[in-house]
Design a protein around this ligand. Structure first.
Ligand code: NAD
Ligand code: ZN
Length: 368
């Protein structure tokens, strides 16, 4: 009987087909059938997106010969909970979702993260397809395979990497997205520009007015460019290793997540919180890694032009600290930040002296 054995398993490289284009939503059913081979589908959505686009999605699935059941969760970040996750598992059981069937996430980042994690865990993992409907989800959340739910102790604390078999991105769906959510999504595009792709940043600068007003063709280009930038980071570092390229995408998120948590995931949208977090991160970048003050100013001016918040609603500093320390991206000693030594480049997450963070955060509206 062997006592100490090393087993080499074949490297599993999951592939995703990413389809971006206005009108792709109409052919959803066919795409899903082709990408997954499923016969049965659980179509997970939230209340609002379900009301707006659920019918068309179901029709398309059924036209493709799939048997589909709709499962709706309430809208908003609070649906990314263990309780809702269990609700999805129960629904999958009711619908008879088997190993070869599929979960389809129709909605924003909340639905994608929740339904993706439900797919990752159901029967130890079934295929899923992301159909992102918010800008945050189209440019960021739907690509890269991160899935998760939140706990009281913090955001995204329980999750897994589970690549979707396909991502169907139809920018036309953004026409029903409330303007405030559109702007929040633009924050993630600016993030991609600052942290991984300076050309994307300059492109957003030139098109800020059209983007803010939701001009469809410009939005579609933004979605393509942002996905391309994200893929470059994700391909090099699929599982976000310590020190890997993917950590750049957390630029702005150390403080961003803390603001969301401090407000109980209500008042401040994820993208808005990230925008405030980027203002802090750029200032720290000037002080710590030599970002040119002019680059910081350009970032802040672009966030202004896109209608993103200049600071947070009055928030107790102690709440922010507690949240930052709970965030899984911290090191054991100090909260770590992704900084940008120059535009389009991110440094590895690094601990920053608390008094420096304190000064920056107070200037952004925190209360001592
Ligand atoms: N997995 C990742 O890599 C990743 C990346 C970025 C963000 N995220 C997660 O994504 C979440 C934020 O995503 P979000 O901003 O999309 O939030 P969300 O899913 O709550 O969507 C925002 C709001 O817009 C509504 N909505 C979405 N699409 C719509 C449409 N087409 N028309 C009308 N209303 C629409 C939703 O009902 C919701 O009320 C956070 O939980 C964040 O952690 C994950
Ligand atoms: Zn984000």
């Amino acid at each position: 009987v062997p006592r100490d054995v090393t087993v080499r398993f074949p490297a599993e490289v999951p592939t995703s087909r990413i389809l971006i284009g206005r009108g792709s939503f109409e052919t959803l059913g066919r795409r899903i059938a082709r990408a997954t081979g499923a016969r049965r589908v659980a179509l997970v959505t939230d209340a609002r997106v379900g009301r707006l686009h659920g019918r068309r999605a179901l029709d398309s699935l059924r036209r493709a010969g799939l048997s589909a059941g709709l499962v709706a969760v309430p809208q908003g970040e609070r649906a990314k909970s263990v309780g809702r996750l269990e609700g999805l598992w129960r629904a999958f059981a009711r619908l008879g979702i088997g190993r070869r069937d599929a979960v389809v996430a129709l909605g924003g980042g909340v639905v994608g993260d929740l339904a993706g994690f439900a797919a990752a865990t159901w029967l130890r993992g079934v295929p899923w397809v992301a159909v992102p409907t918010s800008l945050v989800a189209q440019v960021d959340a739907s690509v890269g395979g991160k899935t998760a739910v939140n706990l009281d102790a913090g955001k995204n604390l329980v999750g897994s990497f589970h690549q979707p078999s396909a991502v169907v991105v139809d920018p036309e769906l953004l026409s029903t997205l409330p303007r405030r959510h559109l702007r929040a999504g633009l924050a993630e595009v600016v993030k991609m520009g600052m942290a991984v792709d300076a050309r994307l940043f300059r492109w957003v600068e030139r098109h800020a007015v059209r983007l803010r007003s939701g001009e469809p063709a410009t939005l579609e280009t933004a979605v393509r460019l942002a996905i391309a930038a994200k893929l470059r980071a994700v391909r090099r570092d699929v599982r976000e290793r310590e020190g890997g390229a993917r950590t750049a995408l957390n630029y702005g998120h150390t403080l961003g997540h803390a603001i969301e948590a401090a407000w109980g995931y209500r008042r401040v949208l994820h993208g808005e919180a990230v925008a405030i977090g980027m203002r802090a991160a750029a200032q720290l970048s000037v002080q710590v890694v030599g970002l040119a003050p002019g680059a910081r100013d350009r970032q802040d001016a672009l966030l202004d032009a896109l209608g993103l918040p200049q600071g947070m609603p009055p928030t107790r500093l102690s709440l922010l600290w507690r949240a930052m320390e709970h965030d899984k991206k911290r090191s054991r000693e100090r909260v770590r930040w992704v900084l940008t030594p120059r535009m389009g480049h991110a440094s590895l997450p690094r601990p920053i002296a608390p008094r420096m963070v304190r000064a920056v955060v107070l200037r952004l509206g925190a209360r001592a």
